[in-house]
Design a protein around this ligand. Sequence first.
Ligand SMILES: *Cc1c(COP(=O)(O)O)cnc(C)c1O
Length: 304
Amino acid sequence: MMFKLENSVNQYINLPRELGVGLFIKREDEIHSFVSGNKYRKLKYNLMEAQKGGFGTLLTFGGAYSNHIAAVASAGKQIGIKTIGVIRGNELLGKKRKNATLSFAKQCGMRFKYVSREDYRNKTNDLFIENLRNEFGAFYLIPEGGTNELAIKGCEEILNEEDGYFDYICCSVGTGGTISGLINCSKPSQQVLGFPALKGSFLNEDISKFVTKPNWKLISDYHFGGYAKINEDLVSFINKFKALYGIPFDPIYTGKMMYGVFDLIKKKYFPKGSKILIIHTGGLQGISGMNTVLKNKGLSLIDI
Ligand SMILES: *Cc1c(COP(=O)(O)O)cnc(C)c1O
Protein backbone atom coordinates (compact mmCIF):
# COMPACT_ATOMS: atom_id res chain seq x y z
CA MET A 1 0.00 0.00 0.00
CA MET A 2 1.24 3.46 -0.82
CA PHE A 3 -0.47 4.89 2.20
CA LYS A 4 1.15 4.13 5.52
CA LEU A 5 0.56 5.45 9.03
CA GLU A 6 3.04 5.31 11.88
CA ASN A 7 2.07 3.85 15.23
CA SER A 8 1.47 6.51 17.84
CA VAL A 9 2.98 6.54 21.31
CA ASN A 10 1.17 6.90 24.63
CA GLN A 11 2.93 9.74 26.42
CA TYR A 12 2.76 9.83 30.23
CA ILE A 13 1.76 13.13 31.82
CA ASN A 14 3.33 13.60 35.22
CA LEU A 15 0.46 15.20 37.13
CA PRO A 16 0.65 16.27 40.77
CA ARG A 17 0.06 13.11 42.90
CA GLU A 18 -2.83 14.60 44.82
CA LEU A 19 -4.97 14.65 41.67
CA GLY A 20 -5.15 10.88 42.06
CA VAL A 21 -5.34 9.79 38.40
CA GLY A 22 -2.90 8.44 35.81
CA LEU A 23 -2.97 10.39 32.56
CA PHE A 24 -1.56 9.38 29.16
CA ILE A 25 -1.86 11.05 25.77
CA LYS A 26 -1.93 8.98 22.60
CA ARG A 27 0.01 11.08 20.13
CA GLU A 28 -2.10 10.52 17.04
CA ASP A 29 -0.98 13.99 16.04
CA GLU A 30 2.35 12.34 15.20
CA ILE A 31 1.22 9.45 12.98
CA HIS A 32 2.03 11.25 9.79
CA SER A 33 4.57 13.90 8.95
CA PHE A 34 2.34 16.23 6.91
CA VAL A 35 -1.16 16.13 8.23
CA SER A 36 -1.73 14.46 11.52
CA GLY A 37 -4.35 12.73 13.53
CA ASN A 38 -7.75 11.25 13.04
CA LYS A 39 -8.28 12.64 9.55
CA TYR A 40 -5.72 10.22 8.20
CA ARG A 41 -7.30 7.33 10.07
CA LYS A 42 -10.59 8.29 8.49
CA LEU A 43 -9.11 8.50 5.02
CA LYS A 44 -7.14 5.27 4.98
CA TYR A 45 -9.85 2.84 3.81
CA ASN A 46 -11.56 5.50 1.71
CA LEU A 47 -8.35 5.99 -0.24
CA MET A 48 -7.99 2.24 -0.73
CA GLU A 49 -11.57 2.12 -1.98
CA ALA A 50 -10.98 5.03 -4.38
CA GLN A 51 -7.87 3.33 -5.74
CA LYS A 52 -9.68 0.01 -6.09
CA GLY A 53 -12.48 1.74 -8.00
CA GLY A 54 -9.92 3.36 -10.32
CA PHE A 55 -10.99 6.91 -9.42
CA GLY A 56 -8.65 9.67 -10.57
CA THR A 57 -10.22 12.34 -8.37
CA LEU A 58 -11.38 12.78 -4.77
CA LEU A 59 -13.96 15.42 -3.95
CA THR A 60 -14.83 16.61 -0.49
CA PHE A 61 -16.28 19.50 1.52
CA GLY A 62 -15.09 21.78 4.28
CA GLY A 63 -14.66 25.20 5.80
CA ALA A 64 -11.66 27.42 5.16
CA TYR A 65 -9.72 26.17 8.22
CA SER A 66 -10.74 22.54 7.89
CA ASN A 67 -8.25 19.88 9.01
CA HIS A 68 -10.12 17.50 6.74
CA ILE A 69 -9.51 19.66 3.65
CA ALA A 70 -5.80 19.81 4.47
CA ALA A 71 -5.67 16.05 5.02
CA VAL A 72 -7.46 15.16 1.78
CA ALA A 73 -5.24 17.52 -0.22
CA SER A 74 -2.08 16.05 1.27
CA ALA A 75 -3.22 12.44 0.96
CA GLY A 76 -4.27 12.93 -2.66
CA LYS A 77 -0.88 14.35 -3.51
CA GLN A 78 0.91 11.42 -1.86
CA ILE A 79 -1.02 8.70 -3.65
CA GLY A 80 -1.33 10.55 -6.95
CA ILE A 81 -5.07 11.20 -7.01
CA LYS A 82 -6.40 14.66 -7.92
CA THR A 83 -8.41 16.49 -5.26
CA ILE A 84 -11.25 18.99 -5.31
CA GLY A 85 -12.35 20.91 -2.23
CA VAL A 86 -15.85 22.40 -2.13
CA ILE A 87 -15.33 25.26 0.32
CA ARG A 88 -18.02 26.89 2.45
CA GLY A 89 -18.32 30.66 2.01
CA ASN A 90 -17.72 32.35 -1.34
CA GLU A 91 -16.45 35.48 0.43
CA LEU A 92 -13.18 33.55 0.51
CA LEU A 93 -12.74 33.68 -3.26
CA GLY A 94 -9.36 35.15 -4.06
CA LYS A 95 -8.28 35.27 -0.43
CA LYS A 96 -6.61 31.89 -0.37
CA ARG A 97 -3.11 33.23 -0.03
CA LYS A 98 -4.08 34.69 3.34
CA ASN A 99 -5.29 31.41 4.77
CA ALA A 100 -2.69 28.83 5.83
CA THR A 101 -5.03 25.85 5.40
CA LEU A 102 -6.15 26.68 1.88
CA SER A 103 -2.71 27.69 0.72
CA PHE A 104 -1.34 24.37 2.01
CA ALA A 105 -4.12 22.51 0.18
CA LYS A 106 -3.45 24.50 -2.96
CA GLN A 107 0.26 23.66 -2.79
CA CYS A 108 -0.76 19.99 -2.64
CA GLY A 109 -2.61 20.54 -5.92
CA MET A 110 -6.18 20.76 -4.62
CA ARG A 111 -8.65 22.63 -6.80
CA PHE A 112 -11.34 24.66 -5.07
CA LYS A 113 -14.97 25.40 -5.69
CA TYR A 114 -16.29 28.12 -3.41
CA VAL A 115 -19.99 27.99 -2.63
CA SER A 116 -22.21 30.29 -0.59
CA ARG A 117 -23.12 29.22 2.93
CA GLU A 118 -26.64 28.72 1.67
CA ASP A 119 -25.65 26.39 -1.18
CA TYR A 120 -23.25 24.58 1.10
CA ARG A 121 -26.18 23.37 3.18
CA ASN A 122 -27.29 21.32 0.14
CA LYS A 123 -24.04 19.41 0.02
CA THR A 124 -25.66 16.03 0.63
CA ASN A 125 -28.51 16.53 -1.89
CA ASP A 126 -28.47 14.32 -4.97
CA LEU A 127 -28.99 17.25 -7.32
CA PHE A 128 -26.12 19.23 -5.80
CA ILE A 129 -23.81 16.21 -6.19
CA GLU A 130 -25.05 15.57 -9.72
CA ASN A 131 -24.19 19.16 -10.67
CA LEU A 132 -20.70 18.64 -9.25
CA ARG A 133 -20.31 15.48 -11.36
CA ASN A 134 -21.40 17.42 -14.43
CA GLU A 135 -18.84 20.08 -13.64
CA PHE A 136 -15.87 17.91 -12.61
CA GLY A 137 -16.53 14.45 -14.09
CA ALA A 138 -16.30 11.24 -12.06
CA PHE A 139 -14.97 11.47 -8.52
CA TYR A 140 -14.84 9.50 -5.29
CA LEU A 141 -16.91 11.46 -2.79
CA ILE A 142 -15.81 11.86 0.80
CA PRO A 143 -18.39 13.59 3.04
CA GLU A 144 -17.65 16.70 5.11
CA GLY A 145 -15.44 15.82 8.05
CA GLY A 146 -14.68 12.52 6.34
CA THR A 147 -17.14 10.43 8.33
CA ASN A 148 -18.58 7.29 6.73
CA GLU A 149 -18.43 3.54 7.41
CA LEU A 150 -14.91 3.21 6.02
CA ALA A 151 -13.73 6.16 8.13
CA ILE A 152 -15.01 4.46 11.26
CA LYS A 153 -13.24 1.26 10.25
CA GLY A 154 -10.00 3.29 10.10
CA CYS A 155 -10.64 4.78 13.54
CA GLU A 156 -11.12 1.28 14.95
CA GLU A 157 -7.34 0.94 14.53
CA ILE A 158 -6.50 3.77 16.96
CA LEU A 159 -6.55 1.58 20.08
CA ASN A 160 -4.30 -1.48 20.43
CA GLU A 161 -4.22 -4.46 22.81
CA GLU A 162 -2.15 -2.64 25.44
CA ASP A 163 -4.68 0.19 25.62
CA GLY A 164 -6.99 -2.25 27.39
CA TYR A 165 -5.05 -1.06 30.48
CA PHE A 166 -7.03 2.21 30.61
CA ASP A 167 -10.33 2.82 32.41
CA TYR A 168 -11.27 5.90 30.38
CA ILE A 169 -10.66 6.88 26.76
CA CYS A 170 -11.29 10.59 26.01
CA CYS A 171 -11.54 12.28 22.65
CA SER A 172 -12.81 15.38 20.93
CA VAL A 173 -15.99 15.04 18.86
CA GLY A 174 -16.97 16.80 15.63
CA THR A 175 -19.12 14.57 13.44
CA GLY A 176 -18.74 11.58 15.77
CA GLY A 177 -16.80 9.32 13.40
CA THR A 178 -13.69 9.09 15.50
CA ILE A 179 -15.45 8.32 18.77
CA SER A 180 -17.55 5.68 16.98
CA GLY A 181 -14.38 3.86 15.91
CA LEU A 182 -12.96 4.17 19.42
CA ILE A 183 -16.11 2.77 20.99
CA ASN A 184 -16.11 -0.18 18.59
CA CYS A 185 -12.52 -1.08 19.44
CA SER A 186 -12.74 -0.38 23.18
CA LYS A 187 -13.25 -3.07 25.81
CA PRO A 188 -16.77 -3.25 27.30
CA SER A 189 -15.26 -2.46 30.72
CA GLN A 190 -13.79 0.83 29.43
CA GLN A 191 -15.68 4.13 29.33
CA VAL A 192 -15.32 6.27 26.22
CA LEU A 193 -15.94 9.97 26.88
CA GLY A 194 -16.50 12.36 23.98
CA PHE A 195 -16.16 16.13 24.24
CA PRO A 196 -18.16 17.82 21.45
CA ALA A 197 -16.40 20.82 19.91
CA LEU A 198 -19.73 22.27 18.82
CA LYS A 199 -23.21 22.86 20.15
CA GLY A 200 -26.08 20.60 19.21
CA SER A 201 -27.87 17.47 20.27
CA PHE A 202 -27.80 15.51 17.00
CA LEU A 203 -24.54 13.78 17.91
CA ASN A 204 -25.90 11.16 20.29
CA GLU A 205 -28.16 9.87 17.54
CA ASP A 206 -25.45 9.93 14.87
CA ILE A 207 -23.03 8.00 17.05
CA SER A 208 -25.65 5.44 18.11
CA LYS A 209 -26.07 4.49 14.45
CA PHE A 210 -22.43 3.50 14.12
CA VAL A 211 -21.56 1.78 17.37
CA THR A 212 -21.90 -1.68 18.79
CA LYS A 213 -21.54 -0.96 22.55
CA PRO A 214 -23.18 1.29 25.17
CA ASN A 215 -19.97 2.16 27.08
CA TRP A 216 -19.81 5.82 26.02
CA LYS A 217 -21.01 9.24 26.96
CA LEU A 218 -20.82 12.77 25.56
CA ILE A 219 -19.77 15.58 27.88
CA SER A 220 -21.21 18.71 26.34
CA ASP A 221 -20.02 21.36 28.81
CA TYR A 222 -16.80 22.32 27.04
CA HIS A 223 -17.70 23.58 23.55
CA PHE A 224 -16.97 27.20 24.60
CA GLY A 225 -20.05 28.53 22.84
CA GLY A 226 -19.81 26.56 19.60
CA TYR A 227 -17.62 25.46 16.73
CA ALA A 228 -14.38 27.49 16.49
CA LYS A 229 -15.56 29.78 19.32
CA ILE A 230 -12.79 30.33 21.82
CA ASN A 231 -11.92 32.60 24.75
CA GLU A 232 -8.86 33.86 26.64
CA ASP A 233 -9.22 31.14 29.23
CA LEU A 234 -8.87 28.41 26.60
CA VAL A 235 -5.90 30.08 24.91
CA SER A 236 -4.16 30.47 28.25
CA PHE A 237 -4.82 26.80 29.14
CA ILE A 238 -3.37 25.62 25.80
CA ASN A 239 -0.27 27.78 26.25
CA LYS A 240 0.28 26.66 29.84
CA PHE A 241 -0.10 22.99 28.95
CA LYS A 242 2.44 23.30 26.18
CA ALA A 243 4.90 25.12 28.43
CA LEU A 244 4.52 22.54 31.23
CA TYR A 245 4.35 19.27 29.29
CA GLY A 246 5.62 20.14 25.82
CA ILE A 247 2.44 19.00 24.06
CA PRO A 248 0.58 21.37 21.72
CA PHE A 249 -3.21 21.33 21.36
CA ASP A 250 -5.40 23.05 18.79
CA PRO A 251 -8.07 25.53 19.90
CA ILE A 252 -10.96 24.05 17.89
CA TYR A 253 -10.97 20.41 18.98
CA THR A 254 -8.27 18.94 21.21
CA GLY A 255 -7.70 22.03 23.36
CA LYS A 256 -11.35 22.12 24.41
CA MET A 257 -11.33 18.41 25.23
CA MET A 258 -8.13 18.68 27.26
CA TYR A 259 -9.53 21.68 29.13
CA GLY A 260 -12.61 19.61 29.91
CA VAL A 261 -10.61 16.59 31.07
CA PHE A 262 -8.55 18.77 33.42
CA ASP A 263 -11.64 20.43 34.79
CA LEU A 264 -13.21 17.02 35.44
CA ILE A 265 -10.05 15.76 37.12
CA LYS A 266 -10.08 18.80 39.42
CA LYS A 267 -13.77 18.20 40.18
CA LYS A 268 -13.00 14.53 41.07
CA TYR A 269 -15.20 13.18 38.28
CA PHE A 270 -12.82 10.23 37.84
CA PRO A 271 -12.56 7.77 40.75
CA LYS A 272 -9.19 7.75 42.54
CA GLY A 273 -6.64 5.60 40.71
CA SER A 274 -8.37 5.90 37.32
CA LYS A 275 -6.16 5.43 34.31
CA ILE A 276 -7.13 7.85 31.55
CA LEU A 277 -6.06 7.80 27.91
CA ILE A 278 -6.48 11.02 25.93
CA ILE A 279 -6.58 10.68 22.14
CA HIS A 280 -4.68 13.58 20.59
CA THR A 281 -6.50 13.76 17.26
CA GLY A 282 -4.13 16.35 15.78
CA GLY A 283 -5.50 19.48 14.12
CA LEU A 284 -2.42 21.55 14.82
CA GLN A 285 -2.44 23.00 11.31
CA GLY A 286 -5.48 25.03 12.40
CA ILE A 287 -3.54 27.05 14.99
CA SER A 288 -2.09 29.56 12.57
CA GLY A 289 -5.50 30.36 11.07
CA MET A 290 -6.92 30.90 14.54
CA ASN A 291 -3.97 33.10 15.49
CA THR A 292 -4.77 35.39 12.56
CA VAL A 293 -8.29 35.76 13.95
CA LEU A 294 -6.98 36.39 17.49
CA LYS A 295 -4.47 38.93 16.24
CA ASN A 296 -7.15 40.87 14.37
CA LYS A 297 -9.15 41.03 17.61
CA GLY A 298 -6.12 42.17 19.59
CA LEU A 299 -6.17 39.03 21.79
CA SER A 300 -3.25 36.94 22.95
CA LEU A 301 -2.07 34.25 20.54
CA ILE A 302 -1.54 30.51 20.83
CA ASP A 303 2.16 29.69 21.17
CA ILE A 304 3.53 27.69 18.26
C1 LIG B 1 -12.11 16.55 12.79
C2 LIG B 1 -11.46 16.51 14.11
C3 LIG B 1 -12.09 15.95 15.23
C4 LIG B 1 -13.50 15.41 15.17
O1 LIG B 1 -13.54 14.16 14.58
P1 LIG B 1 -14.95 13.53 14.20
O2 LIG B 1 -14.62 12.19 13.67
O3 LIG B 1 -15.55 14.41 13.14
O4 LIG B 1 -15.80 13.50 15.42
C5 LIG B 1 -11.40 15.92 16.41
N1 LIG B 1 -10.16 16.42 16.52
C6 LIG B 1 -9.52 16.97 15.47
C7 LIG B 1 -8.18 17.54 15.66
C8 LIG B 1 -10.15 17.03 14.23
O5 LIG B 1 -9.51 17.60 13.19
